[in-house]
Ligand binder design. Structure first.
Ligand code: TPP
Ligand code: SF4
Length: 276
């Protein structure tokens, strides 16, 4: 495949013809715009990029982009993406989803993707709610939010801390951005793609339908972090975090996991190994 000369691609080239069905005002519009802008800034050849997601409003992102895409099973985007990257090291593999998809049903995969440090860029649109299934509490929902009929008195549970989990599990790039600040989000996506290893970008992306109060995020976010390679320093910053600090928190130097080239076996050979 031909690699076109630089500056030939514009953001529009990475958008599909599908019109998003998100609610007017949903933060995810800005996330897809930032992603396509980042791909254009990096002048990536669309055929050399693949987008993987699970299920949820945010997980529709691959359908709206014109790179290779796989809209997978709820919570299983990361294992699919890991397998793809292991088999096709030449591809830039992006993964997208929501807090429910990534931290609830997919929470186990999140930890192990951080630990494996395969070269993926994982963009989580966190709206602290299950948008697609009409507003149930998610792992990042505040303990006292009573907006769901299922939990009218709140969950009473300590919210999941995605950045702390990512840092302790071994992610080598961690950032947080706000969908209402697309310039900063685009910058982080570019840096995350550049970074060799597992890049986790936590995006505060309001669900205006089930969490209309999240419109106030714009008054709460504050640019705070400069990247450090010191995990202790990054943990200290997280202890002071109010959940609305933005910036790149951590950029480590751990080498990305690259698989050894395995000898391929035929299906008959594999079956023979399991024969009793
Ligand atoms: C195995 C399985 N369990 C549950 C569901 C139902 N389901 C679809 S989307 C979703 C939650 C989506 O929430 P989130 O990932 O936060 O994304 P959002 O819609 O808020 O962007 C759930 C529970 C499903 N599709 N598959
Ligand atoms: S329900 Fe919420 S997350 Fe889903 S499209 Fe509407 S605003 Fe966005």
């Amino acid at each position: 495949m031909d690699t076109l000369a630089s500056n030939e691609y514009v953001a529009q080239d990475y958008k599909s013809d599908l019109k998003p069905v998100w609610c007017p005002g949903c933060g995810d519009y800005s996330v897809i715009a930032s992603i396509t802008k980042a791909l254009a800034e990096l002048q990536l050849v669309p055929e050399e990029v693949a987008f993987v997601s699970g299920i949820g409003c945010s997980s529709r992102i691959p359908a709206y982009s014109a790179v290779y895409g796989f809209h997978g099973v709820h919570g299983r985007a990361l294992p699919i993406a890991t397998g793809l990257k292991m088999a096709r090291q030449d591809l830039t593999v992006l993964v997208a989803g929501g807090d429910g998809d990534g931290f609830s049903i997919g929470g186990n995969h999140f930890m192990h993707a951080c630990r494996r440090n395969v070269d993926l860029t994982y963009i989580v649109m966190d709206n602290s709610v299950y948008g697609m299934t009409k507003g149930q509490a998610s792992p990042t929902t505040e303990a006292d939010w009573g907006g769901s009929k299922l939990t009218p008195n709140g969950t009473g549970l300590l919210p999941f801390q995605p950045l702390e989990i990512a840092l302790s599990a071994g992610a080598s790039f961690i950032g947080r951005a706000f969908s209402g600040q697309p310039g900063e989000l685009t910058r982080q996506i570019c840096e995350g793609i550049h970074h060799k290893g597992f890049s986790f970008i936590h995006v505060l992306s309001p669900c205006v339908t089930y969490r209309p109060e999240q419109r106030a995020y714009k008054d709460r976010v504050h640019q705070e972090w400069q990247p450090t390679a010191d995990r202790t320093e990054a943990f200290r910053k997280l202890l002071d975090d109010d959940g609305f600090s933005t910036g790149i928190l951590y950029k480590g130097t751990k080498p990305a996991f690259v698989p050894e080239t395995a000898e391929r076996a035929s299906f008959t050979e594999i079956e023979a190994q399991f024969a009793v």
